[in-house]
Design a protein around this ligand. Sequence first.
Ligand SMILES: [Zn+2]
Ligand SMILES: [Zn+2]
Length: 168
Amino acid sequence: METPEIQPWLFQIEPYPGESLSHFLGRFRRANELTPTGLGKMAGLGGAIARWEKFRFNPPPSREELEALAVVVGVEGDRLVEMLPSAGVGMKLEPIRLCGACYAESPCHRIEWQFKTTEGCDRHSLRLLSECPNCKARFKIPALWVDGWCQRCFMTFPEMVKHQKAVD
Ligand SMILES: [Zn+2]
Ligand SMILES: [Zn+2]
């Protein structure tokens, strides 16, 4: 495959440990004022970006697609693979889930929260939230998490920790 050229005019951003592809792509697009379509065009991926931001990985991103994206976002292809579910892991497309304690430490959506097998946060021994505990609004897709608060009542994600139940 032909190697696309590095595009030095783009702002690069550092991924957070465990960050989901959706959250990372949203941050990258905002830093560069790109729409999902615009980024898809730049990477030669058509409508894939919008699908991936919704965790629609069927069919899963190919290695070629990830390498093409890697060049544009300035992150290694292997690092992008870490933002995806491992092969064979079932994904919950919705609801989007959150551990507020994790978010307080590292402001990102973690890919493992959407695994079907994930019951709670191992790090904090807390159940995950699947809606705002204050107003019951569902969380937006992580690509749209700009401010780290509920889009309806503005309760911040770190504040939601006190509503998370312990894993029993
Ligand atoms: Zn946590
Ligand atoms: Zn709310």
